[in-house]
Design a protein around this ligand. Structure first.
Ligand SMILES: *Cc1c(COP(=O)(O)O)cnc(C)c1O
Length: 377
């Protein structure tokens, strides 16, 4: 049996172990925030945002951010139907309604025109989820947001290191949220980050994340508002400090693997992979193969071929609107269509060239057998 190829795996070196050990040994009492503050400063600098607040998850960062901008009962928040569930859940928990719109066929990210036409007097925000490292059309979204007075939020959990020129994903909306879950480009086990360059919003989220206690409040145990507690521990932050020191290496390796897939797939034909428009960087959290409709290869065929080869490939996100909690939106044709003929390919730091070749080999076999089949027809 061939060894298993996992779809994702963190890169933990002696540096992470050293920092985490130090935090476990010494990061208490007056030092209990040292790694947290260091991580927040390093992360804000890398992203190019003024403020960063470490959280226990990206979901928590989104929850507090949306609460801080006043998302509540009766409101609507527009987001792509092709999405991870986190942002949609948060919207529902806040009593608002997620409005699921279609994605673009090339970036698989929210279609700005569809977002624009979904705006109503109840729209409180538009979420730009940068899917699998691909960038949303932020220029268009920001322009629409400005014209209609609707803030754009960036769910950059999958796009740490993606950029337009020198402007990083997550730094252009009213706020950005990131995830350090074990499958993400940078990890703290579980964890996340809230970033903004708006001092008032930063102050609000700092207050919310401390059970409504205003920063600098001298009155002990005094809460001013109902808040949350989505904090990251100092030990997790120690892991994060090592990872952010290594961020160029981590993103660089993701991009190296992406480039190998891209070159290999170009030779096969019938398969497209994450786009990288001129002037942008795709940090390729999840290299994803989309098979051309004329190949006739389905997601199910891909899944079973990868399973047989002992490779852990994952399905493209189902449209959220197909899940039981949401009303169907059959008009989101692109979101429905792509999910049926796409698959996430494994990509982790220590993946070997042989592993990549094995993955490409399975893709090639699927396509070969499909074209042999159609030749027989
Ligand atoms: C991973 C992910 C999240 C959630 O991150 P957690 O840290 O697990 O809460 C949110 N949005 C997107 C797009 C993600 O991929």
């Amino acid at each position: 049996m061939l060894s298993r190829i996992h779809y994702s795996k963190p890169s933990i070196t002696d540096l992470e172990v050293e920092y985490a050990t130090d935090a476990a040994r010494n990061g208490w009492g007056p030092h209990c925030y040292d790694y947290i503050h260091r991580l927040e400063a390093g992360f804000a600098k890398y992203i190019g945002a003024t403020f960063a607040i470490a959280t226990s998850s990206c979901t928590g960062a989104l929850h507090m951010g949306m609460s801080a901008i006043g998302v509540g009962p009766g409101d609507e928040v527009i987001l792509a139907d092709t999405n991870w569930i986190a942002a949609a859940s948060v919207i529902v928990h806040l009593g608002a309604t997620p409005v699921l719109v279609d994605v673009l066929p090339d970036s698989w990210c929210i279609d700005p025109e569809k977002a624009r036409t979904a705006i109503t007097p109840r729209t409180k925000a538009i979420i730009a989820t940068h899917l699998y490292g691909n960038l949303c059309d932020m220029d268009a979204l920001l322009e629409i947001g400005q014209r209609h007075g609707v803030p754009i939020i960036e769910d950059a959990a999958e796009a740490l290191g993606s950029a337009w020129g020198d402007r990083k994903a997550g730094s252009r909306g009213l706020f950005g949220a990131y995830s350090f879950h074990g499958t993400k480009t940078m990890t703290t086990g579980e964890g996340g980050m809230f970033v903004t360059s708006d001092p008032k919003l930063n102050h609000k989220v700092l207050t919310l994340n401390n059970h409504g206690r205003v920063p600098g409040e001298t009155h002990q145990f005094w809460s001013q508002v109902i808040g949350f507690k989505y904090k990251m521990s100092n030990i997790q932050a120690a892991l994060g400090c090592a990872q952010i020191e290594r961020i160029e290496e981590l993103v660089g390796r993701k991009r190296e693997i992406f480039a190998k897939y891209r070159d290999a797939v170009a030779l096969i034909g019938g398969v497209s992979i994450n786009p990288e428009p001129a002037g942008t960087i795709n940090s390729a959290w999840m290299p994803t193969a989309v098979l051309a409709p004329e190949t006739g290869v389905s997601r199910e065929q891909l899944l079973s071929a990868f399973k047989k080869a002992n490779i852990d490939a994952r399905v493209f996100f189902h449209p959220l609107s197909t899940m039981p909690m949401f009303p169907d939106v059959p008009g989101n044709v692109v979101a429905h269509d792509i999910a049926k003929r796409a698959i996430n390919l494994p990509s982790y730091h220590d993946m070997s060239d042989d592993d990549i070749a094995r993955v490409v080999g399975v893709l090639r076999e699927c396509l070969d057998s499909a074209s042999a089949g159609s030749a027989r027809d």
